[in-house]
Ligand binder design. Structure first.
Ligand code: 3HC
Ligand code: NAI
Length: 717
């Protein structure tokens, strides 16, 4: 396809004998149809105009090109396609230079690979992240990258989805030259002029020799295939990437391109692509909470933490690692010393993993101070409380914070379940209080639930979102209820897992079913890893207020009464002989389960993995619907992001609400109605689910709403 006029987003401009093609398509110069058309038209100009001796492609704004336009995926293709554009770049008879700054990702890097020469700034980001979206490079990347850098390096890029900076790309031969400064436009132009001056040819990547050593290429492919088969838990596109590189080795370039296209289209049609792209956009959408849009964040220069246990120490590491000074208050010297040593261990682990260097470690520790008095928090801009999960203890801490903290300090609690409205109401400045619910280990887990209480001021919410950005966490806005979004939904599906055990399934069968679905581990493995004592304490705390009519499974309590808390005690639902990390089934646990079934008068029956998963997921989806219905989560996508980033829900399934849409809400509702006789108190369809099914609508139809729920309108009692 040829066009005679450039488009708005691609502006060719002749500078001497070099045609500059500037791509200007904010925010990330994605390769939408207007850019593709504009690029082809500009290349036509270059070919037709004898005054043009070389072509320079460059991105305006902060990036070269952020990739194909992800919003076009799943819609009818519009001409020209990106492969056509890349092939036209490569076929240009005059040297084409790509001048790269910022992101050159996915299709963006493929444009650069099709160019004949590449120059990049040292801090550019070059990568082929398609695998993270359930895709593979589809515009020649799988054929050109291996020819340029060899099969092993190309497979590494494509299977990890990680990007290289300009310096690393230079070292691997992905680019030809590093820019010395930041004016990549000017340096690209100078490079182009230099190439013209020495009559440099239009050098085609299709002819590069990175695959010349067939044996080495084949060995890299075989190794990649084996590792994908063992590690990529049911993912579709990684194997297609390996197949495409095999084609690059076996077939002539043009045939390899055709194979790539066919494989790419298979990936595009896969539900995993839809799930992963839903996750991509959902994680952008959660950052735009209504309060965070309308208010400006308060500055955070110094953070206080009260409590140096598991969470306090983990949160401190996250803050120190992000460059913030931290003051930790504990009850006594011994507890403070334990907190400090937890922090040191975690920071040492970051060094061991190569995440930070020794200097960064000592800088981080230099930002840390411990104290036994609250007065040390007088200058803190934010204090995060992470003491025992006990309302009276937390209220006493907040009274102290109210006394010592400066006006305007944000006062946050890391409570898992407690009522933040009650905590806030006990002090003189409830507007400054909110929940910052981190997940364990807090310096690793990406999720941060930002719990907005009834009186929380908008700029306090905005501050929390800004903090999440500083910590590189994925923030989700939640309302106050028992367990907020994540733990509340967890309680529902965890309950159903317990019921399934009492009804006849074994913990290991349930764990296996969850893993088959794509979870890294099943619910009973998670309990054994995290420690059964945490849930036990919560159950005891809630025992008095439990609905006596609701079904209660005692098996977990029986294990905890014996001190079987999981890995740390050598046994829980499984046995961990000699400190093993993965457990083996325990006949004594089977006996306890059998005794509990007898006590409850249950006759064990068989469940298939499918039976198990349908109950597990229906429980999750139904409670997710309740959480949205009550305004605890803004939209279904907030539930998805929470479960993906805090609870191990398989990312390629997009989250429970996306998954429910993909199987159809009528089926989920029919399942809930069919399960009702097993536990009528539990299996009550959410009003939101009933409404959506009645209207033939989906959860996705609610994802565009971004209004803060008005607590007075909330359906939550
Ligand atoms: N297509 C469409 N929209 C995109 C996009 C893309 N490739 N990349 C980013 N956007 C959108 C974001 O959704 C966001 O929109 P919003 O403002 O409405 O929320 C906006 O651009 C800005 O994005 P960020 O907030 O992420 O901006 P940053 O400056 O932080 O990061 C970036 C820029 C590094 C380019 C980052 O956005 C990114 O990693 N994007 C995805 C890159 C990618 O995966 N590309 C591969 C696409 S698949 C492909 O190319 C297939 C090909 O092989 C055929
Ligand atoms: P923990 O028991 O490991 O640590 C609590 C710490 O608080 C102890 O070091 C204790 O000495 C200290 N402390 C108690 N009272 C204090 C006081 N008045 N002043 C100063 N320090 C005091 O508990 P953990 O697991 O760190 O939990 C803390 C909070 O975080 C709880 O509210 C919990 O529900 C929540 N949470 C826990 C998660 C987990 O996985 N452990 C996950 C998310 C939240």
């Amino acid at each position: 396809m040829r066009l005679d006029r450039p488009t708005e987003s691609v502006r060719p401009e002749l500078q001497g004998n070099v045609l500059l093609i500037g791509i200007d398509n904010p925010p990330v110069n994605a390769l939408d149809v207007s850019v593709r058309r504009g690029l082809l038209a500009a290349l036509d100009l270059a070919q037709a105009d004898p005054a043009v001796r070389a072509v320079l492609i460059h991105g305006r704004g902060r990036n070269f090109i952020g990739g194909a336009d992800i919003r076009e995926f799943g819609k009818p293709a519009q001409q020209p396609t990106l492969p056509e554009v890349c092939n036209a770049i490569e076929a240009c008879s005059k040297p084409v230079i790509a001048a790269i700054h910022g992101a050159a990702l996915g299709g963006g890097l493929e444009v650069a690979l099709a160019a004949h020469y590449r120059l990049a700034t040292a801090d550019a980001k070059l990568g082929l992240p398609e695998v993270q979206l359930g895709l593979m490079p589809g515009a020649g990347g799988t054929q050109r990258a291996p020819r340029l850098v060899g099969a092993e390096a190309a497979l590494g890029l494509m299977l990890s989805g990680r990007h290289l900076d300009g310096t690393q790309a230079m070292a691997r031969g992905l680019v030809d030259r590093l820019a010395t400064g930041n004016d990549v436009w000017a340096e690209g132009l100078a490079y182009a002029r230099e190439l013209v001056a020495r009559n440099a040819p239009a050098r085609r990547t299709a002819n590069a020799t990175g695959l010349a050593d067939k044996a080495a290429s084949q060995a890299a492919i075989d190794a990649a295939r084996a590792s994908v088969q063992s590690a990529a838990r049911g993912l579709f596109s990684p194997l297609k990437i390996v197949d495409a590189v095999q084609a690059a080795v076996d077939l002539p370039f043009d045939e390899g391109l055709r194979t790539e296209r066919a494989l790419f289209l298979q990936c595009m049609d896969s539900p995993q692509r839809a799930g992963l792209i839903h996750a991509f956009f959902a994680e952008k959408a959660v950052r735009k909470a209504p309060e965070a849009q309308g208010a400006s964040a308060r500055p955070i220069r110094h953070v206080g933490i009260v409590g140096g246990g598991t969470m306090g120490a983990g949160i401190a590491v996250a803050l120190l690692d992000a460059g913030l000074p931290v003051t930790m208050v504990e009850r006594d010297e011994a507890a403070l010393a334990r907190g400090r040593s937890h922090i040191e261990k975690a920071v040492d682990a970051l060094v061991a993993k190569g995440r930070i260097n020794v200097q960064a470690r000592s800088d981080a520790m230099a930002r840390f101070t411990g104290s036994l008095t609250y007065d040390a928090l007088a200058t803190a801009d934010l204090v995060i409380e992470a003491v025992f999960e006990d309302m009276a203890v937390k209220q006493a801490v907040f009274a102290e914070l109210d006394r010592v903290c400066k006006p305007g300090a944000v006062l946050a609690t890391n409570t898992s379940y407690l009522d933040i409205d009650t905590i806030a109401a006990g002090i003189s400045r409830p507007g400054d209080v909110l929940g910052l619910h981190f997940f364990s280990p807090a310096h690793v887990m990406k999720l941060l639930e930002i719990v907005v209480a009834r009186q929380t001021a908008a700029d306090v919410v905005a501050t929390a979102f800004a903090l999440a950005a500083t910590l590189r966490k994925v923030p989700v806005r939640a309302g106050v209820c028992d367990g907020f979004i994540g733990n509340r939904i967890l309680a529902a599906y965890r309950h159903i897992a317990d019921c399934l055990v009492e009804d006849g399934a074994s913990p290991s069968q349930i764990d296996r079913a969850a893993r088959t679905f794509g979870y890294p581990m099943g619910p009973f493995q998670v309990t054994d890893l995290a420690g059964g004592d945490i849930g036990w304490a919560t159950r005891k705390r809630k025992a008095a207020s439990r609905d006596p009519a609701a079904r209660y499974v005692h098996i977990a309590d029986r294990l905890c009464e014996r001190g079987w808390f999981g890995q740390k005690t050598g046994r829980g639902y499984y046995l961990y002989p000699q400190g093993a990390r993965s457990g083996v089934p325990d006949p004594e646990v089977d006996a306890i389960i059998a005794a509990e079934r007898a006590r409850a008068g249950v006759v064990a029956r068989d469940f298939t993995d499918e039976d198990i998963l349908r109950r597990y997921l229906a429980a999750m989806v139904n409670e997710g619907a309740n959480v949205v219905f009550e305004g605890i989560a803004l939209r279904p996508l907030d539930v998805d992001v929470t479960l993906l980033n805090g609870y191990g829900f398989p990312r390629h399934r997009g989250g429970p609400m996306h998954y429910a849409d993909s199987v159809g809400l009528p089926r989920i509702l029919a399942d809930i109605q069919a399960f009702a006789p097993e536990a009528p108190q539990f299996w009550r369809p959410s009003p939101l689910l009933l409404d959506l099914v009645a209207r033939g609508a989906t959860f996705a139809s609610l994802n565009h709403r971004a209004k803060a729920p008005d607590p007075s309108e909330s359906h939550h009692a």
